[in-house]
Design a protein around this ligand. Structure first.
Ligand SMILES: *[C@@H]1O[C@H](CO)[C@@H](O)[C@H](O)[C@H]1NC(C)=O
Ligand SMILES: [Zn+2]
Length: 506
């Protein structure tokens, strides 16, 4: 208990340091300690297992564990079984497949034998994946790992099957080479991340005692580049909704009635057009009310990233960028909220032509949120906007759709962020940078909201083509990530021991 209190104090002391070091320096500026003899043996062990690690990736990717498609539930469950068996083989204890209130379980395992002398680290990742369509754009079958040109290709090689395997392999290397871990470890791998973890909040509440930890390290998420590490300070939140427009009780003949009756497609198109203003921003009344202005520190983080807009234009085949004129590309992704129509339909969309006036039209909208916006607040504002602009000859409704989550923010200085920075410095021989991500990982927000836990993002892929055809993972990052995981477990233990030592001297 005392050690737990000391740890909490140590975490708070570190977290409370002024962030004087924002201009390029991360954490306390110290590299990871030279590896202990034990860590050296762990790293040697890893070098002897490389074929095994390739086999891990091939075996896990072979399960089409697509969480969005109900037909694939048996594959998701089979993947969970494989992951549980893999945790057991790694040497973890108490491995269990824990049900959630959804159809995809959480796989859990732990190793707690260090006791209160060291922190307890909760490792988070997910074994479900995104759908693979359009299938004909894949250069090799999505569920067969293909290794070519220094990359692994396949659905989930990065997001997040490769990511979670790196963490598990590092834990295994400690347990097999040394018979112990430097910290207590709890591993929690879920099967609903790609559908926004709808059952995770209740799951975390139901298992709060079992999941108690000092910090969460997330194996989901990636690095900004092969040579440069990043510490993530935030993710945008998200809320989804569907707009329904109705103009009549029946479709009508476009010749007999055309011109004299409203067309639901046109009403929807006008509403959608009205969602953007001439400046490239979102025209919904009050949309930006809660959004904080950028600070000097925020702008410094953006500058440090050295975002190459031309290179991105080239690699994405973009003709140009859009958005709010007074913000740069990265500033928008990190600090500004969005509203995007992700799908629209109405009337006849089959082959050929049908002379019809549609009675109904629909659009799906996804908004990304920044502090201090809330999913409920944004949903209400968009609903009010649509209601206000709905013409008298139509009926318009907005209903929530899909999961939602609040933005996630992470203080610049936490003990785990500082430890991660030290590891980055060691494995890349370079200063890491602070960054944000425009995307959302609801689980990270849920750890914060439900368990009060700080999260450090510690994924090692480069997020290349994730959610898209030909997802790939650089083979050297798969190795680098595994070594980094081995290092951070020792680094967290060492830093806590040091902090506790400092406290005793005071
Ligand atoms: C399932 O939902 C019920 C009712 O909300 C809740 O009490 C229970 O803890 C949930 N179980 C899990 C494992 O999430
Ligand atoms: Zn993903």
């Amino acid at each position: 208990m005392a050690a737990v209190v000391a740890l909490v104090v140590a975490f708070c002391v570190v977290a409370g340091l002024p962030s004087e070091a924002w201009a390029g320096r991360v954490g306390d500026g110290k590299p990871a300690a030279p590896p202990s003899p034990g860590l050296k043996r762990v790293l040697d062990y890893i070098e002897g297992q490389l074929d095994r690690y390739d086999k891990d990736l091939s075996e896990l990717v072979a399960f089409p564990s697509v969480s969005a498609l109900p037909d694939h539930t048996p594959h998701v469950l089979a993947a969970a079984d494989w992951v549980a068996a893999r945790l057991r083989r790694a040497g973890l204890q108490g491995v269990e497949i824990l049900p959630t209130n959804g159809s995809h379980p959480v796989v859990y395992g732990e190793w707690l034998s260090v006791g209160t002398a060291a922190p307890t680290v909760l490792l988070y990742g997910h074994y479900d994946v995104q759908p693979v369509d359009p299938l004909d754009e894949w250069e090799s079958p999505p569920f067969e790992v293909s290794k070519r040109g220094g990359y692994y290709y396949g659905r989930g090689v990065d997001d997040d099957k490769g990511g979670l395997l790196e963490a598990v392999q590092a834990v295994e290397a400690w347990l097999q080479a040394e018979g112990s871990l430097p910290v207590n470890v709890k591993v929690m791998l879920e099967g609903e991340e790609e559908v926004m973890s709808p059952h995770l909040p209740a799951f975390l509440r139901a298992h709060a005692a079992r999941l108690a930890a000092d910090v969460v390290l997330s194996a989901d998420g990636g690095q900004p580049g092969p040579e440069v590490g990043g510490i993530s300070l935030g993710l945008r939140g998200v809320v989804g909704m569907q707009v329904h427009v109705e103009t009549a009780g029946t479709d009508m003949h476009s010749g007999m009635k055309g011109g004299s009756v409203p067309n639901a497609n046109h009403v929807l198109a006008a509403l959608v057009a009205g969602l953007r203003n001439a400046n490239g921003g979102v025209a919904v009344e009050g949309f930006y009310d809660d959004v904080a202005p950028l600070t000097d520190e925020d702008r410094a983080d953006v500058a440090e990233y050295h975002f190459d807009a031309d290179q991105e234009k080239e690699s994405l085949g973009l003709y140009g960028f859009t958005g709010e004129k007074e913000y740069g590309v990265l500033e928008q992704r990190w600090f500004r909220p969005t509203l995007d129509v992700v799908g629209m339909w109405g009337g006849f969309t089959g082959e050929g032509i049908k002379t019809v006036i549609p009675r109904a039209a629909h659009a799906k909208i996804s908004c990304r949120l920044v502090p201090a916006q809330t999913p409920e607040g944004v949903l209400a504002k968009v609903s009010e906007h649509i209601a206000r602009h709905c013409p008298a000859h139509a009926r318009c409704r907005v209903i929530p759709m899909g999961g939602s989550c609040h933005p996630w923010t992470n203080p610049r200085r936490t003990a785990a962020n500082d430890a991660a920075a030290a590891v980055h410095r060691t494995v890349s021989a370079k200063e890491p940078i602070y960054l944000r991500d425009g995307a959302s990982i609801p689980a990270l927000t849920f750890f914060q909201q439900e368990l009060g836990l700080a999260v450090t993002k510690f994924g090692w892929g480069l997020s290349e083509r994730i959610h898209a055809p030909n997802e790939r993972l650089r083979a050297d990052m798969y190795g680098k990530g595994r070594r980094a995981w081995a290092l951070i477990l020792e680094e967290l233990a060492r830093r806590q021991a040091e902090a506790a030592g400092v406290r005793e001297e005071l």
